[in-house]
Ligand binder design. Structure first.
Ligand code: NDP
Ligand code: HSE
Length: 426
């Protein structure tokens, strides 16, 4: 039997527009395959012209969120405005009115998930956010409904399309950072304020959501170690290529027993690793579970149509679910009792140290590494200004030991500074 489901969209920009296009272009298809006639009944946006540009009749333009909350025919509301406020207030309002919410807003979910979920439960509504992480790739559904049988050991992902686009352009075409960022903005990948992308906040928000789902405890975004891509130099990219590495902004979550590590930083990925080949705005998440072993999810991590696809998948889910799906852990915004989130992880490291080109300097730096239990795997040298740059690749070492080494190296007589410290995926 055919069912009609009325939907509202709040924010008809890149993602809201993609969502509208799918719901209208594929309306007949979904009626046939899902047995549901999805109709976009109301659209809320600051700009009436933008609403009109999609061919949406003016009569469908909502004057306020209250109009949507009060409309008894609407059962699902899509939030694609972005930002924390007024999105949080709007979402809580419609959840409390009993309508399910589908959102792409990772910043909001990572910062206020407990409050949103509480409002959803109070209103007897669902809260769905597949589109918040990894664009069109159904990673949240995979974690919640495909991998429940597993203890997830690790999630390692390229989960920001903008930075992957920039790093790919810099690596493959020698493009400058600012030109590549501009292109990513024009293509609709970047956040309203691209600092969120390039400084790793966006990836940290997403990792907070994914790690919480994977490890069944809140992993607050504030506990995630974060470094962006703005300090990556063309020289490092070139040296990395010579050493067999591709530079990627990785989000890494690992759980061993009761200890979790969660970090976002630029990483040299061996060219043979599947993540090394993930280019442009594409994203990928490499998951390891105790029974399923390794899995890789790959696809477009940003853009109107891929993200719209994830939104509409949640819309269909919300329309069909017998009961809303809530988190399967205590979602109070705190790390569960007995679980530790550590900042002292271990990794291999690439360090580029600028030095005076004098005898004995290499031995002095090597001595510092030895003092801090950091083993050296290889050493090479490139010219750098008036002196030289020595590039060290270390064996696996503790972050704290490498950081202590950096402090001591910079105090040596014949060194200038540690120009780059890039973690290497082992
Ligand atoms: P856009 O800026 O393209 O679209 C947002 C739209 O919402 C704009 O039309 C904006 O109007 C409107 N809007 C903002 N605030 C209000 C308000 N208070 N009342 C009414 N309308 C409002 O953003 P995106 O589509 O790129 O992103 C939307 C969300 O999706 C964000 O949370 C983002 O993080 C997330 N996301 C984005 C992806 C992408 O590829 N772009 C992918 C995955 C998730 P105005 O421009 O005038 O402010
Ligand atoms: N700005 C985000 C990105 C959009 O570049 O990945 C997708 O979440």
């Amino acid at each position: 039997m055919t069912k009609t489901v009325n939907v509202a969209i709040m924010g008809i920009g890149t993602v809201g527009g993609g969502t509208y296009e799918i719901l209208t272009e594929n309306r007949e298809f979904m009626l046939r395959t899902q047995g549901i006639d999805f109709r976009v009944k109301k659209v809320l946006d600051k700009d009436l012209e933008r609403i009109r540009s999609f061919g949406i009749p003016e009569s469908a333009a909502a004057s306020s969120v209250d109009e949507i909350a009060a409309d008894k025919d609407i059962s699902i509301v899509v939030e694609t405005m972005g930002g924390v406020e007024p999105a949080k207030t709007f979402i809580e309002k419609v959840l409390l009115s009993g309508k399910s919410v589908v959102t792409a807003n990772k910043e909001l979910v990572s910062k206020h998930w407990p409050a949103l979920e509480a409002a959803a439960k109070k209103g007897g509504a669902g809260l769905y956010f597949e589109a918040s992480c990894v664009g069109g790739v159904p990673i949240i559904r995979a974690l919640q409904e495909g991998l429940q049988a597993n203890h997830i050991n690790s999630i390692v992902g390229i989960i920001n399309g903008t930075t992957n686009y920039i790093l790919t352009k810099m690596t493959e075409e020698g493009m400058g950072y600012h030109d590549a960022l501009k292109e990513a903005q024009q293509l609709g990948y970047a956040e309203f304020n691209p600092t969120a992308d390039v400084e790793g906040f966006d990836a940290a928000y997403k990792l907070s959501i994914l790690a919480s789902l994977a490890f069944h405890t809140c992993v607050p975004y504030q506990t995630i170690y974060r470094e962006g891509i703005t300090k990556i130099s063309k020289a490092d990219i070139k040296t990395g290529l010579e050493l067999g590495y591709r530079i990627k902004l990785l989000a890494i979550g690992k759980r061993r027993g009761d200890v979790i590590e969660a970090r976002v930083h630029p990483t040299f990925v061996p060219a043979s690793h599947p993540l090394a080949g993930v280019g442009g705005s594409f994203n990928a998440v490499y998951v390891n579970g105790d029974f399923v072993d390794d899995l890789m999810f790959y696809g477009r991590g940003a853009g109107a149509r891929p993200t719209g696809s994830a939104i509409v998948s949640d819309v269909v889910y919300a329309a069909k679910a017998a009961a809303p799906l809530y988190s399967d852990f205590v979602n109070d915004g705190k790390v569960a009792d007995g679980i530790e989130i550590t900042g002292d992880f271990s990794s291999k490291y690439y360090l580029a140290v600028s030095v005076k080109d004098v005898p004995g300097v290499l031995a002095a730096v090597a001595g510092v590494f030895a003092k801090h239990n950091v083993g050296i795997e290889s050493v090479s040298q490139r010219s750098g200004g008036s002196g030289a740059v020595i590039v060290f690749l270390t064996h696996t070492a503790l972050e704290s030991d490498v950081k202590a080494s950096v402090t001591d190296i910079e105090q040596l007589d014949d060194t200038n500074k540690v120009e780059s410290l890039i973690r290497v995926l082992a």
